[in-house]
Design a protein around this ligand. Sequence first.
Ligand code: SAJ
Length: 446
Amino acid sequence: MNITKTTTQQKVCIVGVGYIGLPTALLASKADFHVEAYDTDIEKITRLKNGLTNIRETDLVDLLTDEHKKITFTTTPQISADFYIIAVPTPFLETKYADVSFVWDAIEAILPKLTEGACIILESTIPVFFTETIARTIEQKTSFIIGKTIFVAHCPERVLPGNTLYELINNNRILGGVTPACAQKALEFYANFVSGKLQKTSAKNAELVKLIENSSRDVQIALANQVDQICTAAGTDSREVIALANEHPRVKILEPGCGVGGHCIAVDPHFLISAFPNATQIFATARKINDERPDLVLSRIKETLRKIRLMSPSGKISIGIWGLAFKPNVDDTRQSPALEIAQKLLLSEQNIYFHAVEPNVHPHTIQQLGFTAETNLDRSLEISDGIIVLVKHNEFKEITYSILKEKVLFDACGLLFEATAGLQEKSTKDSLPAHLNAQRKSQENF
Ligand code: SAJ
């Protein structure tokens, strides 16, 4: 691949300084771009100017500390940049259509600053054909010609929250140009800090790739959740069935859980479902299965609580809820199925004293969400008649199996299975003769 490294200091304007915009701004700054980071959220911009963010990823916080003084954080775009990176949210509306108004606002904000040769890169997830619409609108409102005097591309992000910087640098990246020259221009930006493959394609393909990636994951998670329903109905443990099925070299079933949270996977399939209703039945079904999952888990928890009540008919019951975030090891509780389940429990179960343990969220925030916060796991175990584990955070894995099994436990995410599988694995290894153990180890590494 032909990678042209930027030699003179070029300017980049990041529009939307959130979970994607901020790390992109930091990496661009580290790669010696002059960076302006623009967001309409005054409070966020003030915090960033002081080197502060609420994103709890250590490497990202460290990079912010190093770079924030070099970056211009602003609530009004001021520079004429070589590259504009649009990383604003595109939420999904009740009407079942994508809300692209933030992207339009971003385009309006940068339009007066555009100069010849600039490249506008849309990183936000968008509906199919939208990049082309943006490009034609820019042409209509200015005298620029797409692919000749101005460049527009869709380069969707692929990072996994919790590991953002690493993935921004190392993941392969799709560069979808409205014309081939637009894709090439986008490559000239990312080549400065991405070490993964940079793959040029059309804007339409890039839009489809992003939406299909997330829809595929949604379908895979729905499959795991259905396997769990089948196994529960058959009276067996889905984790064991899935682990055994996954021993097949071409089977990889994901993990059943509380449902699909976050801002991407639960949303993006709808962009395709609304545009291609006759070709997305499987996506629509997966969405339904995953949307209904929190209520299904809730009804199972209520069953467990009924059993606990029977064991102590007169007394008040104390229950620890472990995990409120939308997935393991992140601090984000927005669109979290675990939080939805926990809040529904709190509202519907009388005479139960609930407390929440969420190591990634400040106790004050946990209280604002309606829960008594407990920061000490041992104490939570000590005061609880039962534990409901909703999210498999690393901290919870440190509790030993022997302690966990003494509690009435509702395990929605397979914490206990992992602990016992670990024990079985250990005892099998211990009982193997040394030469077989070595052989097994080399196979694992392979
Ligand atoms: N989940 C399960 N079972 C699993 C895996 C996940 O129930 O086996 C649940 C999680 O608990 C969570 C939800 O699904 O509630 C989504 O989590 P995730 O880790 O699958 O994905 P996100 O939303 O954090 O990030 C996804 C990623 N997309 C894909 O893996 C295809 C990421 O690469 C994208 O950049 C991101 O969406 C995005 O911004 O689009």
